[in-house]
Design a protein around this ligand. Structure first.
Ligand SMILES: NC(=O)c1ccc[n+]([C@@H]2O[C@H](COP(=O)([O-])OP(=O)(O)OC[C@H]3O[C@@H](n4cnc5c(N)ncnc54)[C@H](O)[C@@H]3O)[C@@H](O)[C@H]2O)c1
Length: 346
């Protein structure tokens, strides 16, 4: 087991990598706990839950709503919970986001911990203290910053994770390799998702290195005002096509990362060989969807997303694996660059 500590203005977290869920109550400091999870996770792992109240909700992104949050506040009141109790959210990014938001706002903040159960939540959503819910079509429009007391990462949960969810999480791991730790790329290159999921040591190494990158970035910029933006690498474009073509998040981000590398090459920041390397790596992982995005529609969504119609959009680009640079690009510049994307044709 390896522990990382994340210290930030809204609190400190112990991130326990490779700890068993069975030991949960060794970490809850004698507090009264209420667990939050979804039906799917409870059906698969319910017997491993301790004998405490468990709030179960239907799975899916639609749970990240004010309506669902209101139901949870009522349930917490019914259970007699108060601010000295701890909410332990056990699930993917949806449960972590919703649980984080509810715990941070219930009675102005009860104690909070995460047990992330998807690869994406283990390397991303559960780390960093950002908790968002959606408002209608606006994703993560309402939310809080608050570090959980601890994040318990038990890779045993991943054994029941469907392969496409696992692959989606791999896209974020590749992202950490590209923005900060190229050693991650070397570890993944030439391997299939199945080889990665079947190799417990490799998986633990990849999760640990990814968490280390996220912790380092968030510790310096918790509230997303500067450095933390590099975590958006591939996401500006990725979010656009995710919505437009209803793609899984990982595939959309992977496609967005290739676009960002291509733009980096077009602007003379990075060399051609970086593009070929990244394209091959993501293609081998099955992360590149066969789509021909509509440039105008994607651009419209990107501008809308950034609430900056007509203004420059900060794009996270690469000079090399592990070396980022943020460039503000005007919509016209982006349109020209998108017209000349070549990497998908190599
Ligand atoms: N707050 C952040 O910093 C942050 C960062 C990245 C993503 N997110 C959010 O995370 C969400 C996506 O998270 P996700 O990809 O984990 O999706 P998810 O939470 O919807 O989980 C995906 C599916 O996997 C199931 N599942 C979870 N664990 C399982 C397991 N161990 N075995 C079998 N099935 C399991 C769930 O029931 C669900 O149906 C999005 O809402 C996104 O906005 C937040």
């Amino acid at each position: 087991m390896k522990t990382y500590q994340l210290h930030a203005a809204t609190g400190s977290s112990d991130i326990l990598i490779g700890e068993s869920f069975e030991k949960l109550q060794e970490y809850t400091a004698g507090k009264r706990i209420v667990m939050l999870t979804d039906d799917q996770i409870y059906a698969l792992h319910g017997e491993a839950f301790p004998d405490v109240p468990v709030i179960r909700i239907p799975r899916g992104e639609q749970a990240k709503s004010l309506g669902r949050a209101a139901l949870l506040y009522q349930e917490l009141i019914r259970l007699g919970a108060n601010r000295s109790d701890m909410l332990v959210a056990v699930g993917g990014g949806v449960i972590c986001d919703l649980g984080g938001f509810v715990a941070t706002t219930f009675q102005r903040g009860m104690d909070l911990s995460f047990v992330p159960t998807t690869l994406l939540a283990q390397v991303d959503a559960a780390i960093g203290g950002k908790n968002g819910i959606n408002l209608g079509e606006y994703k993560n429009m309402v939310g809080t910053f608050r570090q959980p007391s601890f994040v318990m990462i038990d890779p045993a949960f991943l054994k029941t994770l469907p392969e496409d969810e696992f692959v989606s999480g791999l896209a974020e791991i590749v992202k950490y390799g590209l923005i900060s730790d190229p050693g991650i790329l070397t570890l993944i290159e030439g391997k299939t998702p199945r080889e990665i999921s079947g190799d417990q040591d490799l998986l633990a190494e990849l999760i640990g290195r990814s968490v280390r990158v996220k912790v380092a970035v968030v510790s310096q910029d918790e509230e997303d005002r500067g450095l933390r933006r590099i975590l958006n690498f591939g996401h500006t474009y990725g979010h656009g096509i995710e919505r437009l073509y209803e793609l899984p998040h990982g595939k959309a981000v992977a496609y967005g990362m290739v676009v960002a590398v291509d733009i980096s090459i077009q602007l003379g920041l990075a060399e051609d060989r970086l593009g070929k390397r990244i394209f091959t790596l993501l293609k081998n992982l099955g992360l590149l969807p066969h789509i021909k995005p509509d440039r105008d529609k994607v651009m419209e969504l990107i501008s809308h997303d950034k609430k900056k119609k007509g203004e420059e959009i900060p794009f996270v680009l690469l000079k090399d694996a592990g070396k980022t640079v943020i460039r503000p690009l005007s919509p016209d510049e982006i349109m020209d660059l998108l017209e000349n994307i070549k990497l998908f044709t190599i």
